[in-house]
Design a protein around this ligand. Structure first.
Ligand SMILES: Cc1cc2nc3c(=O)[nH]c(=O)nc-3n(C[C@H](O)[C@H](O)[C@H](O)COP(=O)(O)OP(=O)(O)OC[C@H]3O[C@@H](n4cnc5c(N)ncnc54)[C@H](O)[C@@H]3O)c2cc1C
Length: 403
């Protein structure tokens, strides 16, 4: 367990010295927290926003994080908030994604006011790109699907699109403009969410893996068993992303899907919108960093960066924005998307004191705010969210738990 020293320094810069730091500094790894209202397992974006929401409701909350807060998928993602480009067959899921996208602007404002971090939320929209007739036909089909679903999108002539986005390749032949797909800097977002947790009194325990859920003789969850001892809790929320199924006693199946991303640095951003082709997406940060992603690989917990994948991403990115070829710096990384067998999140109560908030797969940055809202509602005893059936974590259970 280490001190969140960076966090503390930052929050002190913003708020002045704290008389009573909440970040836990146990001597030599000994556990100092023995009891809390709620333990959130995992300090990714989902865990941080859930903890923040529960703290706001007056619960005493502890995040227990295996390594460092906000350093896994939530750090390694691209930050697209793309309910429409990612729309699948389920209307309920689409509505959930739109609901969460609509929470991001307010969240960004709240976080800026609370902890002074601008998370670079932007609603400039997304261009879906075609490079040949077949891809242009596919875009026309997407436009018709969007119209049928009542979603806003518009086919734009390539020349007009290039006037909007001068960095676009002259090889683009057709463009579908999707104004409702937005973006955020996910690294800033998870950092701000962790700072906000700290400011709201959430205790953050790092470098402390949870080994298993703890049950009493009546089989009720009573806490978590960590490498530094047991923490008793009135409620346990599993937000451990791709590693969720490794926690003893947590039976929701979640497996990692690796994604590699190439980041290149330009003097200025080559586009305002997110640009998506059949082969890659290009997301430009306002400081000139450009992310080209991302691969989809079912290779277990392997996070290695592979040269051939990076080469393919560079080629795909240059097809979209040719000036990426003159980038002067860069980096590549890999992250693990937490996927359930049906690709949908598992959010909901498993038993009286156990809640799942995991399996967000390709859309965890997008869906983290609505996840926090759903978990907050569950613990308050609100009426179930309209997506509760779709998200039911018991749907994979062989028994007939699933409603
Ligand atoms: C390459 C890539 C691109 C992506 N792009 C996008 C995008 O553009 N838009 C989008 O919406 N989503 C995107 N995603 C998906 C998104 O990143 C994830 O869905 C989301 O970050 C999941 O958040 P999380 O908090 O559940 O998981 P994580 O951020 O992975 O956090 C889980 C945390 O739990 C901790 N943990 C695990 N096991 C334990 C344990 N036993 N005890 C204690 N702590 C534990 C981990 O250390 C980790 O910190 C992308 C993902 C990848 C990999």
């Amino acid at each position: 367990m280490l001190v969140r020293s960076g966090l503390i320094r930052k929050i002190r810069r913003i708020r002045g010295p704290s008389p009573r730091p909440r970040v836990i500094v146990p001597p030599f790894g000994a556990m100092t927290i023995r009891h809390t209202d709620a333990v959130v397992i995992g300090g990714g974006l989902v865990g941080c926003l859930v903890a923040r929401e529960l703290a706001n409701e007056g619960h005493r909350v502890t995040i227990v994080e295996r390594a460092k807060v906000g350093r896994e998928a939530s750090h390694e993602a691209a930050g697209m908030l793309a309910p429409i480009a990612e729309a699948g067959e389920s209307r309920t899921f689409l509505d959930l994604c739109i609901e969460s996208r609509d929470l991001h602007a307010g969240l960004a404002n709240e976080l800026f006011a609370e902890v002074g971090v601008d998370v670079w939320y932007r609603n400039d929209g997304t261009f879906l790109l075609a490079f040949d007739d077949a891809e242009a036909d596919a875009l026309r089909e997407r436009a018709a699907e969007h119209a049928a679903l009542g979603l806003e999108s518009e086919l734009v002539a390539a020349g007009a699109a290039r006037r909007e986005e001068p960095g676009l390749s002259p090889s683009v032949t057709a463009v579908l403009s999707v104004p409702g797909d937005h973006q955020v800097d996910n690294r800033k977002l998870v950092e701000a969410a962790a700072l906000s947790c700290y400011a709201r009194g959430v205790k953050i325990v790092e470098h402390t893996p949870v080994r298993a859920l703890v049950r009493d003789s009546a089989n009720r969850i009573t806490g978590v068993d960590t490498t530094a001892g047991v923490i008793e809790a009135g409620c346990v929320i599993v937000a451990a992303g791709s590693w969720s199924s490794l926690i003893g006693g947590f039976d929701v199946p979640v497996e990692p899907v690796k994604g590699q991303i190439l980041m290149l640095e330009l003097a200025s951003p080559p586009c305002r919108r997110v640009l998506r082709s059949e082969r890659c997406y290009v997301v430009a940060r306002i400081d000139g960093r450009v992310l080209v992603g991302g691969t989809m690989e079912r290779v277990g917990f392997d996070k290695s960066v592979v040269a051939s994948a990076v080469g393919n991403l560079l080629e795909a990115g240059r097809e979209v924005v040719p000036t990426l070829g003159s980038a002067f710096g860069g980096e590549a990384w890999a992250g693990l998307r937490p996927s359930t067998p049906d690709g949908l999140p598992a959010i909901g109560r498993i038993d009286e004191n156990l809640v799942a908030a995991t399996g967000h797969f390709r859309n965890g940055i997008l869906l983290a705010p609505v996840t926090a809202k759903i978990v907050g509602g569950l613990l308050r005893g609100d009426a179930p969210h309209k997506a509760a059936g779709l998200l039911n974590p018991l749907r994979f259970s062989p028994s007939d738990h699933a409603a």
